[in-house]
Design a protein around this ligand. Structure first.
Ligand SMILES: [Zn+2]
Length: 165
């Protein structure tokens, strides 16, 4: 029964991840499976590992449920995405963010945005080489970061706070 449903174009087209909008069989669960596959590549080759953090933070900012439930987790992924896009993934900034959030800082979670970028993990999943994977992760991260334009100032202020902490 499920084979018939899966092979029907209508069934495929109607399966959509409610968080990022990816057209994927299985909706949210199918999208998570793609994320797990993309993450697993990081352990198979150094060129995939180089973009792993950026890809994961990008995925989290498209999937607030379950990754950004608290103010702190939201701030963690938004600032890490900012670091990945605007600071080329500077390890000193990643470390400062972690130290800052491990402290007793109180973070108010900003309003969730409904539009979270045009590209999805499905675009990265379909990459056929390490070079293409790397290129697509950067494009995906950029598109999600641009979707968060109204929160750029907030993210940059949080990074300044982390660096000053
Ligand atoms: Zn999704």
């Amino acid at each position: 029964m499920s084979r018939t449903a899966a092979s029907s174009p209508q069934a495929i087209a109607s399966d959509r991840c409610p968080e990022c909008g990816a057209s994927v069989i299985g909706g949210r669960a199918g999208c998570q499976a793609l994320c797990d596959e993309v993450s697993a590549r990081a352990y198979s080759h150094p060129s995939y590992a180089a973009t792993h953090d950026l890809a994961f933070d990008t995925y989290c900012m498209q999937h607030l449920e379950p990754y950004c439930r608290s103010g702190k987790s939201y701030a963690a992924h938004l600032t890490r995405l900012c670091c990945g896009v605007e600071h080329a993934g500077n390890p000193k900034i990643y470390a400062a963010i972690q130290k800052w959030l491990n402290g007793s800082v109180a973070i108010e979670k900003p309003e969730a945005l409904s539009y979270r970028g045009q590209m999805t993990v499905a675009d990265v999943y379909l990459a056929s080489s390490a070079e293409e994977h790397t290129k697509r992760v950067h494009e995906w991260a950029q598109s999600v970061w641009e979707a968060y334009t109204v929160q750029h100032d907030l993210a940059r202020a949080w990074i300044r706070a982390a660096l000053g902490a």
